[in-house]
Design a protein around this ligand. Structure first.
Ligand code: ATP
Length: 571
């Protein structure tokens, strides 16, 4: 398949907002691909060349791309730069200048998906001395052979600025549609994805043999997509919802999924990035576990024995950076509080009920600095309250109530786990949103060229972002400066095409930055689109910026459905 068709498809999709139409276009496209191409195409659709946990980096900056465009088209670096200033998107610059290029290579060939994909992969893989020149050469070769439209997307991919705004739910639907003309197979495809976090691999396996997707298996070193917790306002509600349950402390640490095979150990973060380098002490303990293969999950945090208190995630990471990992782990040892085991010696444990998984867990942990979460059975709401009060005394965040009969709900936010935090109803609660636009400052803030953010949450059902708050407070001067610079880099001409909006910012930006926002309560507003019904959406009252959340990807943010639940809880 020619890459030209991919570029044409991306171009079409960029202009459509109907999810159904996009799904159908993608489904038709998948029908034309062989399994290997489907894998490559899926990664490109996600704006990647591999899942994030491979930890690749193109290592290609704007300056390098500008120079390559100049070299390939015969325009001067100055011409390229001034067009970039005008258009704000090097993809469009490449497109424009290739259209009018002054020179063309003698040898010119049509690009296939596989060729583009494997060259991009090579660009990401080259490192070390001389790599800049080589990367530039490969990119130059691609652009030399590109049509203007192909160049637009090649440049966007290497700069990690794909912008076509298709989330995983649409891709999962499209795969199912491509085989059965409906969503019937989506649950199986989705489960496969939740077990390996590699949508390219899932697409390839599915196209090879749609039936086999039902038997997709967990593999060590391919992280599962994390199970997520729902929330409820009180212990009574929890008992009403799931009956007698397991209750654990909720530790505010660093979530990690730990994989071991033989002597090799890998650690994946909440957003499934490799983290072994930050936690050699955890790697060392996990390596000694008496199993050939195991996957388990826990919350890591440092403990100060002198003060008998836990450090939060931020403090833990801060200490590790400031004093070095070795020193910090001596004075403030890091413990992992293990809360689930998903795989052991070739056996998938995710479908076993939690009470069985917990038994297995208790047979393995504690082991060295791998502890287990404090756990009790709760038969009544009072039991939950008692545990909650205990957690408060220990300066912890709250508790997690777990359905004893539920499987490990990989990739899903379900009532298998319910969080109850001290903040509900009383102090502040927060949501995680993505920045979709920003405002210029007035008065004293004018000098920072930053006056606030337009923030959106994610509607999974529609696969789009919906706005929920204009956030103008909570920023330090330093943060304002940082935002002003960073947002200026990711500015866009128009709104992201997967955003549903009414309120407009001064500038739109690519949805890339995840922020935690505190608020007083949730109200209805005609200006915001979250959960939009009868002319009104949900909005945060008195929103304040708390922090950036680099541990979450843009599709891991609070969903519109959660906001609706939180609104109902607040009432
Ligand atoms: P989420 O991870 O649900 O998107 P979040 O990152 O804002 O949201 P919270 O909503 O505060 O975090 O709570 C969920 C997180 O709590 C889990 O992702 C996990 O990291 C952490 N956690 C702490 N203790 C436990 C426990 N005992 N069992 C499960 N998760 C726990």
């Amino acid at each position: 398949m020619e890459f030209k068709s991919v570029a044409e498809l991306f171009n079409k999709v960029e202009r459509i907002s109907s999810r159904l139409e996009i799904t159908s276009l993608l489904a038709d496209f998948y029908k034309k691909l062989n399994p290997e191409e489907a894998r490559e195409f899926t990664y490109l659709l996600q704006g990647k060349i591999l899942p994030d946990y491979y930890g690749y980096d193109f290592g290609v900056g704007e300056k390098m791309v500008e120079a390559t465009i100049a070299f390939v088209t015969g325009y001067s670096a100055k011409d390229v730069e001034s067009l970039f200033k005008k258009l704000g998107d090097l993809g469009l610059v490449a497109e424009e200048l290739i259209k009018k290029r002054k020179q063309r290579a003698l040898l010119f060939k049509k690009l296939s998906i596989t060729e583009v994909y494997s060259t991009l992969k090579k660009i990401a893989e080259i490192s070390g001395e001389g790599s800049v020149t080589l990367k530039q050469r490969y990119l130059g070769e691609l652009l030399n052979n590109s049509s203007p439209l192909e160049a637009r997307y090649i440049v966007r991919i290497v700069l990690d600025r794909m912008r076509i705004g298709i989330g995983d739910p649409t891709i999962l639907d499209a795969l199912s549609w491509s085989k059965v003309g409906g969503k019937e197979l989506r649950p199986y495809i989705e489960r496969a994805y939740n077990l390996c976090s590699d949508l390219g691999l899932v697409a390839e396996s599915f196209l090879k043999n749609p039936e086999s997707i039902r038997e997709f298996r967990i593999e060590v070193f391919k992280p599962l997509r994390p199970a997520l917790a729902e929330r409820l306002p009180s212990a009574e509600e929890i008992i009403k919802k799931i009956g007698p349950c397991g209750v654990e402390y909720k530790y505010d640490g660093f979530r990690m999924q730990i994989h071991k095979k033989g002597r090799e150990v890998r650690i994946f973060s909440r957003r499934l990035e490799r983290m072994e380098h930050m936690f050699p002490d955890v790697v060392e303990s996990a390596r000694e576990l008496p199993f050939e293969e195991i996957i388990f999950e826990g919350e890591a945090l440092a403990f100060n024995e002198k003060e008998n208190r836990f450090y939060s995630f931020q403090e833990t990471m801060h200490r590790r950076r400031k004093y070095g990992i070795k020193e910090a782990s001596k004075t403030w040892p890091l413990y992992v509080y293990v809360f689930d085991v998903m795989f052991k010696e070739g056996e998938d444990l995710t479908l076993k009920p939690f009470k069985e998984r917990r038994k297995i867990l208790e047979g393995i942990f504690p082991f060295k600095n791998l502890k287990r979460t404090h756990f009790k059975l709760a038969n009544t709401a009072q039991d939950i309250v008692n545990m909650f009060n205990e957690a408060m005394e220990k300066n912890l965040e709250g508790i997690m109530a777990k359905d004893l009969n539920a499987p490990y709900t990989a990739g899903k936010r379900e009532f298998a786990w319910i969080k109850l935090k001290k903040s509900y109803g009383k102090e502040m609660d927060t949501i995680d949103g993505v920045v979709v636009g920003y405002y210029l400052g007035t008065g004293a803030r004018a000098r920072f060229k930053f006056g606030g953010l337009l923030v959106a949450v994610y509607n999974e059902d529609m696969d789009r972002f919906e706005t929920i708050a204009k956030v103008g407070s909570g920023f330090t001067e330093e943060e304002m400066k940082w935002f002003s610079e960073k947002l200026n880099e990711i500015k866009m001409e128009g709104p992201p095409n997967n955003l549903f909006y009414i309120m407009k910012p001064d500038f739109w930006v690519e949805p890339k930055l995840v922020v935690e926002i505190a608020y007083d309560n949730i109200t209805l507003s005609s200006q915001h689109t979250c959960g939009f019904r009868n002319g009104k959406g949900y909005a945060l009252r008195f929103p304040r910026f708390v922090r950036l959340r680099t541990d979450k990807g843009v599709y891991d943010i609070t969903t519109s459905r959660e906001i609706k639940e939180m609104y109902e809880m607040g009432k």
